[in-house]
Design a protein around this ligand. Structure first.
Ligand SMILES: C[S@@+](CC[C@H](N)C(=O)[O-])C[C@H]1O[C@@H](n2cnc3c(N)ncnc32)[C@H](O)[C@@H]1O
Length: 222
């Protein structure tokens, strides 16, 4: 977990042309969806998708006007996001995931649990990061991001100077970014990038990173 130490709260949204020029390399689709999942994608997803036109005032898209907005980048099947949303009912959550089969799993969970404080961003998170107001998010979770193990693919990794800049712009001063990985090389990569980033302060010694999961951790398949 790292704390955002950036103090300036003026809006400085990056140039959207940068976003358009960045390709999304992850998988969008796995196995074809079953009929019931496709129906959820067609009917339930539109009702839960975060309304882009409200990005300047994100809480306006929720049923409650919460004090805090938390964001999960790449929620996978949604286990962690649902667990956090249940445990923190007075927080509003946005979950971003570009993999359709993961989104469909999440929709099934949302249908069964009736969790109401989650909105979904079912596509590449980067345009969302650039459109939410500066210092509008209290916590960001980036859990087990794709490691892209081949050296020639490292530039596809989510942790990059540009994406850390995006995340730092969004997180409130004193807010938190939690990154987890079980990939040794990506771990070193993350540490190197975080060490050179001026906006975050580590909550632990970089040489003795915690290997235990924190108390509020919600397990996923990773
Ligand atoms: C290895 S999975 C981990 C999933 C989940 N966080 C977990 O712990 O179970 C990484 C996920 O991040 C998603 N992802 C990667 N880049 C993304 C992006 N730019 N926007 C949205 N989702 C992204 C991928 O589609 C993938 O499902």
């Amino acid at each position: 977990m790292s704390e955002n130490t950036e103090k300036d709260t003026q809006n400085n949204t990056p140039d959207h042309k940068d976003v358009d020029s960045e390709k999304f390399y992850g998988r969008r689709m796995g196995r074809p969806l079953r009929k019931v999942s496709q129906e959820l994608m067609d009917k339930l997803l539109p009702t839960l998708t975060f309304d882009k036109t409200l990005a300047h005032d994100p809480h306006a898209d929720f049923d409650q006007d919460a004090k805090e907005l938390w964001l999960e980048i790449g929620f996978g099947g949604g286990e962690h996001l649902c667990g956090q949303a249940k445990a923190n009912p007075h927080v509003n959550f946005i979950g971003a995931e570009a993999f359709i089969n993961g989104i469909a799993l999440m929709l099934r969970e949302l249908l069964e649990t009736h969790i109401e404080n989650i909105r979904l961003w079912p596509e590449d998170v980067r345009p969302l990061l650039d459109s939410l107001p500066k210092a509008s998010v209290s916590r960001i979770f980036l859990l087990f991001p794709d490691p892209w193990p081949k050296a020639r693919h490292h530039k596809r990794r989510f942790v990059s100077p540009k994406n850390l800049e995006r995340v730092a712009r969004l997180i409130k001063p004193g807010g938190h970014l939690r990154i987890a990985t079980d990939h040794a090389n990506y771990r070193e990569w993350i540490v190197d990038h975080m060490k050179t980033n001026k906006d975050f302060k580590a909550q632990f010694d970089w040489n003795t990173l915690p290997t235990e999961r924190p108390d509020d951790w919600v397990p996923t398949r990773y």
